[in-house]
Every structure is written in C-alpha cells, then in structure tokens.
Ligand binder design. Structure first.
Ligand code: ADP
Ligand code: ASP
Ligand code: MG
Length: 408
C-alpha cells in the first residue's frame, strides 16, 4: 500500500475516452490498497483555446481576469474525472486549488505556492476517497484565483506530494519517460531509467517541456521521489533521483534540450565606456523583460556590439526599448532576429571531462551550422543557431555524443 500523487497531463485527459482510461487506472490502484491524490490538467488544447478567446476580446487583458479564465480548464477535468470514478462505484471528490487551500503569492500567471493545507486532503483519503485536484491553480491571501505558469500542473502535483509526504509523485504524460532529447524531434532518442534532479533541472530550464521547471526545483528541495510515466502504456518510466551514484555509469552527456522560444537583439556600435551594459539592460529589466544569454564584443574603434536574447514573446517590447535607447547612447543601430533557437547539451559528466565544447562545435560545423552565440556553465553548453537548423543540430549532436538508441 502506497500514498501516491498521480498527475495526468492534457493529452492524458484529452477526451472522454482518455478520462475513462484514467479512471480505470485509478480504480486499479485503489483496489491494490493505494491511497491516491490525482492532479489533472485541462483537456489538451483547452488552455490555448482560452488564451485565444481572451486575445480576441482584448490585446492586454488584466492578469487577474486571465487567471480566472485559464483556471476554468482544470475545473472541467476534475468534475469529469470524479464523475467517471463515481460511475465505477468509487468514492471520489473534486477539489479546486482554493478548496485545497493551495495558498500562493499574488503574482498572477506565475504565482508561487506558499503553503498547502494537507489536513483536508488527509481527511478525504482517510474516508477512502480519491481526491481529484485541479492542477495549475491556487488562491492568494485575498481570495483571488491565481495560476502557476504554463505547465504548472506538474508543480501542483509535486507540491502536494511534498505536503502530504507521498511515497512517490508520478507524472503521467504522452511519452513513457524522460528521453535523451525530445523523441518527437529525434526518433532515435533513448528513455533514461534515471536522471539526477540537477540534470533534469537544467534540461527543463533549457526548454525540455516534459516537466515544468518549478516542479523539478520543488522536488529537489523537498526530496520528493518523482517519476515520469506514460498514461497510454505500462512501464517503469524515468525516476528523477538525488543520488548521483545511483546512476551507474555517468555518461558525458545525459541529454539535449532545445528552445525555439528565443529572440536575439544587438545594439551595434555602442561607445565602449563603463556603464554601457547597465544602461542597456537597466531599461530592459525595468520593463520586466527577462534576459537570457549576453555577449559583448570588444570593437577596434572604441565601440562595441552588445547582444542578448529574450523570449520570443518579449521580442517586440525589448526592440522598442532598444530603439529608444539607441540615439540616447550614441549607438549605430539595433538589429533584431527572432528566427533563432537555443540548443543545449546537459550532463554532470562534463564536470570531469574537457573537450565537450570542441566536440560540439565540430559536430555542428560538419553540418555547416553557424553558431551565433555560446554560453557555458558547469554542466551545460548552449549555442544559438538559426531556427531552421534547430532540429538538424539536435540530431547531429545526439549522434555525435553517441546518444542514439542503436549506439548505446
Ligand atoms: P503534458 O500535457 O502531459 O503535461 P507535455 O506536452 O507538457 O505533456 O510534456 C510531454 C512532451 O514533452 C512530450 O510529448 C515530448 O514531446 C516533450 N519532450 C521534450 N523533451 C523531452 C524529453 N527529453 N523527454 C521526453 N519528452 C520530452
Ligand atoms: N493547463 C495548463 C497549461 O496548459 C497547465 C498544465 O497543463 O500543466 O499550461
Ligand atoms: Mg506539461
């Protein structure tokens, strides 16, 4: 008998048929004596549909109303899944974020969980009920509905697992685990038996959407055993573990992440004097625009080119800020490019091995892929390439670092 939190993502509850399949799976667990808290996402496509509806009404809907709107998707699924369980003679109760008292701060659309009232959940579990919780949503001190950012149901699940001290948090999705890269881009990608929190955190933050980054942070911080599995077939999935030594032989590279959600801005011919970086990035951060990679070249004529990346959604806003600054700073021009992608190698094995970067650059050169920017940290190397080469770059690197199924 185990205490489990099981989360089912959008595709896993994307139709009545899928919801019934999830209900069947839950009944099996209950029959085996497990206590289960279920977290569900909105049916696939629903959150995007709601975003599009809002944008038809208003270019800039208020953040509060946006969260009221987006949270409805999950509310539909908890009710339907609970009905499906009742239909099978199982006692189940649906709960919204506010009913569970998933208390968050008031940062609409990216709220952070502060606390969860685990008492209520335990009471229902003790009454032999399956508790079906709406993912992605919470409530702030004032009673406003908040949401946790796209993909946030993963975080709801992990936070609940931490709060009730679950034996495992199981993330059911449409792939049967975490792969060496997105299997939709590289069919030769391999499922990993295990991966460390540290590496999973890097992969998630560099664009692998299989887990929301905050959920991995949370799991690492509260030491929640986390597993990614398929809701379509049985299998062991991938365990995200703390223990490095558990992972038998540490490969050089564990996985490849990529993000197409990038854009690049360059201020060309800025006078090369102290304080310029802060005068460029100050107004950018004042507009709440997050900057990712930064490169500054030293020019030969007392000027420099200053380049940085932002997410694609903030490109136009960032460009407007720079266009305004250009004359003020005496720079030559501003160049923008939103047809780029960031491709990253991740692996704790990099710590003890030199030469990963040059091998990476060789593999890209062999495919005539130009590298526009580079950034490194202890366990990752990222490059920016033209968007049209994103998939080719991923596949070339996957093969160069012997990650392909057939080479393992
Ligand atoms: P859900 O709706 O269940 O939350 P997501 O679409 O958020 O599912 O996440 C699952 C998807 O993540 C997969 O369909 C896959 O395309 C993508 N993905 C990206 N990188 C990886 C990876 N390294 N391993 C497995 N899946 C990945
Ligand atoms: N429904 C939300 C989204 O699409 C949250 C989630 O699925 O995790 O982002
Ligand atoms: Mg997801």
């Amino acid at each position: 008998m185990a205490l489990l939190v099981q989360k089912f993502g959008g595709t896993s509850v994307g139709s009545v048929e899928r919801i019934n399949a999830v209900a069947d799976r839950l009944v099996k667990h209950q029959k085996a004596g497990d206590q289960v808290v279920v977290v569900v996402s909105a049916m696939s496509g629903e959150t995007n549909r709601l975003v599009a509806l809002a944008n038809e009404i208003s270019e800039q809907p208020t953040a509060r109303e946006m969260d009221v709107l987006l949270s409805t998707g999950e509310q539909v699924t908890i009710a339907l899944l609970s009905m499906a369980l009742h239909q099978r003679g199982v006692d189940a109760i649906s709960m919204t974020g506010s009913q569970v008292r998933i208390l968050t701060d008031s940062a609409f659309s990216k709220a952070r969980i502060k606390s969860i009232d685990e008492q209520t959940i335990h009471q229902h579990l003790d009454n032999n009920q399956i508790v079906v919780v709406a993912g992605f949503q919470g409530v702030d001190e004032q009673g406003n509905i908040t949401t946790l950012g796209r993909g946030g149901s993963d975080t709801t699940a992990v936070a609940l697992a931490a709060a009730i001290n679950a034996d495992e948090c199981q993330i059911y999705t449409d792939v049967d685990g975490v792969y060496t890269t997105d299997p939709r881009v590289e069919p030769k990608a391999r499922r990993m038996e295990k991966i460390t929190f540290e590496e999973m955190l890097e992969l998630a933050s560099l664009g692998s959407k299989v887990l929301q980054i905050r959920s991995v942070e949370f799991a690492g911080k509260y030491n929640v055993p986390l597993r990614v599995l398929s809701s379509f077939e049985d299998g062991p999935g991938t365990l995200i573990t703390i223990d490095n030594e558990d992972v038998m032989e540490q490969p050089l590279i564990s996985g490849i992440a990529f993000s197409r959600d990038e854009a690049k801005l360059t201020m060309v011919g800025v006078p090369d004097i102290p304080g310029v970086a802060s005068r460029i990035l100050g107004p950018i951060s004042a507009q709440n625009i997050e900057v990712d990679m930064i490169v500054q070249n030293i020019g030969s004529d007392q000027t420099t080119d200053f380049t940085f990346t932002v997410s694609k959604g903030e490109f136009a806003k960032a460009k407007r800020v720079l266009d305004q600054l250009c004359a003020e700073l005496g720079a030559r021009e501003v160049i923008g490019d939103d047809e780029i992608a960031k491709v990253s190698l991740v692996g704790v094995g990099m710590r003890s091995h030199a030469g990963v970067a040059s091998k990476m650059f060789d593999a890209l050169a062999a495919e005539s892929i130009n590298i526009q920017m580079i950034s490194t940290s202890e366990i990752k190397i990222s490059v920016v390439v033209a968007l049209k080469y994103c998939e080719l770059a991923v596949r070339a690197l996957h093969s160069a670092f012997a990650l392909d199924e057939s080479t393992s």
